[in-house]
Design a protein around this ligand. Sequence first.
Ligand code: NAD
Ligand code: GLY
Length: 388
Amino acid sequence: MTKSETIKVGVRIPGETADYQILCGSGLLENTGDIVRMALGEDVRRVAVISNRKVFGLYGEAVERSLKRAGISAGSFMIGDGERFKTLRTAEKILGFFNTAGIKRGDAVIALGGGVVGDAAGFAASLHLRGVRLVQIPTTLLAMIDSSVGGKTGVNSSFGKNLIGTFHQPAAVIADVSVLATLDRRGMSAGLFEAVKHGAISSEKLLRTTEKMIDARNRDPRLNGAETQAVFAKGIAEHVRFKASIVKGDAREAVTATGNRSRKILNFGHTLAHALELATEYRYLKHGEAVGHGVLFAAELSKRLELLPANSIKSLNDVVHRVGSLPPVDKISFEAVFSAISNDKKSRGGSIDWVLLEGIGRPVIVSDAKFPKGILRTALRDHLMSTL
Ligand code: NAD
Ligand code: GLY
């Protein structure tokens, strides 16, 4: 298989001591050791590789072999597979492993997996010895375009999703599109729904790039062809460039920032997504699927509030449906979802800043204190009952 050209996206976050690079291409895993050395310097001695059995079974050996070749010793630790394992308990187990493996301040952590591994391992890395360096090796599309970039780490709890967490920027991100070959269709669709979210808030251009990725996946579901891999490497680079451009202006998601370049805009679709996930105990929907529902819902709410014209909502809905069908939500209790949104509201001081749209690439933050009475309830009832 011909390898696609490696694209490097540099990220500079004001106030952070080091810049980092995101590498997008195919066949990068076999160069993990050299990339880690380049990013962390010659003194790196030992790394802790955090993964799960499924991903490590597929790619762990290639990563460890490459690290060994570069003279870096590695110890690995597996966490449970799935959203329900993104917990404080898991983070505590990872921290225990760092201690027994003797991970020192100059050493590093590698997160090899999807967003669950990346968020949990990143959270533990930010706590161990008050912070050790982190290299993200995202292995799902969602993790490549979103969760591995920008430094948000965290775990879920009974209080809600991702409410416990830290900001801890990675030292490098290695996005090797070849690993997407083993992702199942549902997993790939989950990433594509999150990609549509980026397109919607960024620009027509990124939405069109996302459509190219969707079409390439539909033609070549295993992403086997060099051409498909190149479409993905370029597409992922464009997505992370957009995400980095937002993060660098508002790395810690300032509470007071409400402009259309605030980091809050990256949460487009997430208010409903998180409520759906909490209401179904993180077991029914993949995060990206919940975001797919959230994108459709936020667009519909924007239309009902007369912010978004009908043609824009149609074009967005078409792209979501091109990805594939979303799991139905008609069996999910309205009260459970509404109360998850209301609890979120309480924890945010009585109102929620919804990310809505005035057009493709024109996000706007609107407090629900300004919504006409009852609009949220009605729109939510309609969404849960709609056959998608
Ligand atoms: P995931 O990590 O659960 O991975 C999905 C499934 O794919 C898992 O079963 C995993 O084992 C498997 N898998 C991973 N890579 C594979 C591969 N190459 N081949 C075969 N199987 C593979 O889910 P996800 O969608 O990657 O991530 C979702 C998580 O990301 C959520 O917890 C969400 O909150 C978080 N997230 C975080 C941020 C952030 O900024 N930190 C942003 C977006 C999402
Ligand atoms: N995924 C939202 C953020 O990184 O801010």
